[in-house]
Design a protein around this ligand. Structure first.
Ligand code: PLP
Length: 446
């Protein structure tokens, strides 16, 4: 029987030899002796050495209720006794039907048609294609609408389509020549403003730029895609109030669709089931993933309105079909997990806890503003970004190569907390069901 140390060393070696980690500088990774997770309990992850870590970023923003949740575990076991997977190409499946019915009941009125996929990127990819095809097939169809309005620093996933509508130079720059062009507008955030602007005038400029883009090119636009209220991967950038509403007004006025990418902000993360609800906006298409199964299995949805769906109806010979889908679309185990997770929102009053977490975060993080290296603390609901700067006055960032956020992450790990930075931004993203005393520990360690 190998000792714990031997077991850890063996797994580290195999990890270094064979596993190519996402978004990870592999050479540095192999020298870092990362924890190898072997179990989890509640809000903690446990590694092969037996160390316990608070899951401070919800296992990359998807864990909602904690780990090994009895109700979700049981729902998956029950589904295993029925069937694990069957295609949705030409067949129905009880779990995907029940999940769609439940989910539609939680969404703003009008969003009724659920298209399944398996990640945030694929949900966005489907939305892009649906919007493009919709414009051609709607009454009075228009083949010239081949552009998307996108935001600077947006992140919508890693497939070529979702990268095309993204704007994080660090992730996307290298693929530029593979991508389709978009009308990119500046995102309405004002921590750093271009010369000649103060925060107020810069935000006005962002609103005006959006309007100008639609005025000049609205007839070319298939859809605008936006992360409602908060751009997550951009560093938890919270949008100016009213921007989403403005986007809705302009898309409606110019005949473009509004795609709400709620992959990060949806499923209650910002305090309402959809972030869009906070500006009373109903999009034409909404993408959900991450939190949908409570962080258990990869299920995503692109939910459309009746009007959008109708454009895909007709005799098969008319070729109005949405020719898109994946082998595991609507996977039965994943849908059963998602349904069990959604029911816990009601029985455990998850959104109330989101409010309590948000309040506690706000209170406990306030003193950090006095730290010389904290440039800005941004928060929306349970999403927090603490931007570290070299100079508080000038807002000069730390050079990328210093990996300041990463260093904080390593220190936090030594103190029993797993967090994951975005460049110089330390991100806190607790599970929505985390008790507030554990949230306080998370802040304390950070
Ligand atoms: N859209 C948003 C807003 C995201 O934050 C992410 C991931 O962080 C994605 C899409 C991509 O999701 P996935 O990693 O599941 O493909």
């Amino acid at each position: 029987m190998p000792s714990r140390d031997e077991l850890t060393a063996r797994y580290r070696q195999w990890d270094n030899d064979h596993v190519w980690h996402p978004f990870t500088p592999m050479q540095a990774h192999c020298q870092e002796e990362v924890p190898i997770i072997t179990a989890a309990e509640g809000f903690e992850l446990i590694d092969t050495d037996g160390h316990r870590y608070l899951d401070g970023v919800s296992s990359l923003w998807c864990n909602v209720h904690g780990h090994r949740v009895p109700e979700i575990d049981q729902a998956i076991r029950d589904q295993l006794d029925q069937f694990s997977h069957s295609t949705l190409l030409g067949l129905g499946g009880v779990p995907s039907i029940e999940l769609a019915k439940d989910l539609v009941g939680r969404l703003p009125k009008g969003l009724t048609r659920v298209f399944y996929s398996d990640s945030g990127a694929t949900a966005v990819e489907a939305a892009i294609k649906i919007a493009y095809q919709y414009q051609q097939q709607r009454p009075g169809g228009d083949t010239s609408r081949d552009r998307f309005v996108t935001l600077g620093n947006a992140y919508h996933g890693d497939t070529i389509g979702s990268v095309s509508v993204g704007g994080v130079e660090l992730f996307h720059g290298v693929y530029k020549r593979l991508l389709f062009p978009t009308f990119q507008v500046p995102s309405p955030v004002a921590y750093r403003t271009p010369e000649g602007h103060n925060p107020q005038s810069y935000l006005e400029f962002c609103f005006d730029e959006l309007e100008r883009t639609f005025c000049e090119s609205g007839d070319r636009v298939a859809a605008m895609i936006i992360e409602p209220l908060v751009q997550g991967a951009a560093g938890i950038q919270v949008h100016a109030e009213g921007y989403l509403k403005k986007a809705r007004e302009l898309t409606a006025k110019y005949g473009a669709l509004l795609i709400a990418d709620e992959v990060a902000v949806g499923c209650g993360r910002t305090g309402t089931f959809l972030a869009c609800e906070q500006e009373e906006v109903v999009p034409d298409l909404v993408c959900l993933a991450k939190g949908l199964t409570g962080g258990y299995l990869p299920v995503a949805t692109t939910v459309a309105t009746e009007e959008v769906h109708e454009a895909f109806l007709g005799d098969p010979s008319e070729l109005r079909t949405f020719f898109h889908g994946h082998t595991y679309t609507g996977n039965a185990l994943g849908c059963a997990a998602a349904l069990a997770s959604l029911r816990l929102y009601d029985s455990r009053r998850i959104l109330e806890n989101v409010g309590a977490i948000a309040e506690r975060l706000r209170r406990d993080l306030t003193p950090l503003n006095d730290d010389d290296y904290v440039g800005e603390i941004r928060q929306k609901g349970t999403m927090v970004g603490i931007e570290l700067v070299r100079d508080k006055e000038t807002k000069e960032p730390f050079p990328y190569g210093l990996r300041m956020g990463h260093r904080v992450t390593l220190e936090a790990r030594k103190r029993g907390v797993i967090i994951r930075p975005l460049g110089n931004v330390v991100v806190l993203m607790p599970p929505l069901a985390m008790p507030v005393d554990l949230v306080a520990r998370l802040v304390d360690v950070t």
